[in-house]
Design a protein. Structure first.
Length: 163
């Protein structure tokens, strides 16, 4: 009985995602403007960090956008400025939204030190209407330089506008 229920749930999920059309918001030619309204960064080394982030992107093909962004974060060790460049992919379209994942190359500046790293984000874009979505997400930032910044993971809530 347990196997039957799991099979039914898996088939329902597969059909719901396979046959769902790509939402208009994430089709080729659309523009994405996003601001992270709140951000709680639970750093593995330096406590809690709060930040304000903004990003913009263009959908190169359906479900794939090129992104660029800037961030200003207040950390225990001072202020961190960050510039990001990367992409966002929406692999699954679900009820009133779509799952997404970001891969970003980050350039950080903190206390006169500049270093690079990567950022990986995963979230869900809940489309409120044709032009607005609310996006809870998880993120992981890994610097390539030891002794500054440290590995960071956290939660964020974004508001995005699609044009």
């Amino acid at each position: 009985m347990k196997k039957i229920i799991i099979t039914i749930v898996a088939l329902t999920f597969a059909c719901a995602t396979t046959f769902a059309e790509t939402p208009e918001q994430i089709q080729k030619g659309s523009i994405l403007i996003e601001t992270v309204a709140t951000s709680m960064n639970l750093k593995l080394t330096n406590g809690v960090v709060f930040g304000l982030n903004g990003a913009g992107g263009y959908f190169i093909i359906d479900k794939l956008a090129g992104l660029t962004g800037i961030s200003l974060n207040a950390a225990d060790g001072g202020t961190v400025f960050e510039f990001s460049l990367g992409g966002r992919y929406y692999p699954l379209t679900l009820w009133k939204g779509s799952l997404f994942g970001d891969f970003l190359f980050n350039l950080h500046t903190q206390k006169g030190s500049t270093y690079v790293g990567i950022g990986i984000n995963a979230g869900y874009a809940f489309f409120l209407n044709r032009n607005v979505s609310v996006e809870p997400l998880l993120y992981l930032n890994v610097p390539f330089k030891k002794g500054v910044g440290g590995v960071a993971f956290g939660l964020a809530a974004a508001i995005a506008i699609y044009l």
